[in-house]
Ligand binder design. Structure first.
Ligand code: ADP
Length: 191
């Protein structure tokens, strides 16, 4: 199973990604998490990514692509994976196509979480207090939303044309959203 979860910043991708990945017994690969881990470990990659992340900008494609390529080459991802936060640009879509083609597999579905942008700003500001993420200030959140609309939302069209987009209403309780995701993917929920 090779899946992507998409949606604007704060849509709840990471939360839902965990449940989906558990169900299919595949790793949930979050580029944001990998970048944050590198930042806190002070690696070269982390140092490079940090200045972009702090500004709400995307990390350059070459850096991100290489990181994802290395991650999906790891043994736990041979039978599939769920990508959270990748691809985010058209160049990344092409790169991912190449990576998957190389393995002789295909992308099964792209789960798109739809949310109300304004409500999301509140959600993210709340998360800022709980998790203390450096990029969860209101200015940076709005910048991330802007870039999402500009660079990432158009990818939904690209995948829609391939007939693999599954749209899910991402508003409401976490559990309800999970049920909707499973229903949309046509699988029975875990009890
Ligand atoms: P969000 O809550 O905005 O979805 P993420 O945790 O997915 O945040 O990502 C945090 C930051 O990491 C992004 O704002 C960006 O700087 C960087 N990042 C994550 N994934 C990518 C990607 N695919 N391409 C470029 N930059 C990325």
């Amino acid at each position: 199973m090779r899946l992507i979860i998409m949606g604007p910043p704060g849509a709840g991708k990471g939360t839902q990604a965990k449940f989906i990945a558990e169900h299919f017994k595949i790793p949930a690969i979050s580029t944001g998490d990998i970048f944050r881990a590198n930042v806190s470990e002070g690696t070269e990659l982390g140092l490079e990514a940090k200045r972009f992340m702090d500004a709400g900008e995307y990390v350059p494609d070459e850096v991100t692509n290489l990181m994802v390529r290395n991650r999906i080459d790891e043994p736990d991802a041979v039978n599939g994976f769920l990508l959270d936060g990748y691809p985010r640009t058209l160049a990344q879509v092409e790169e991912l196509d190449g990576m998957i083609r190389f393995t002789g597999h295909q992308l099964d579905a792209v789960v798109c979480l739809t949310v109300d942008q304004e409500e999301i700003v509140g959600r993210l500001l709340q998360r800022a207090q709980v998790e203390g993420r450096a990029d969860d200030t209101e200015d940076v959140i709005r910048r991330r939303q802007e870039i999402y609309l500009e660079q990432t939302e158009p990818l939904i069209d690209v995948y829609s044309k391939r007939g693999i987009v599954v749209e899910v209403d991402g508003m409401g309780d976490v559990d309800d959203v999970t049920q909707r995701v499973f229903a949309a993917l046509d699988v029975l929920p875990e009890s």
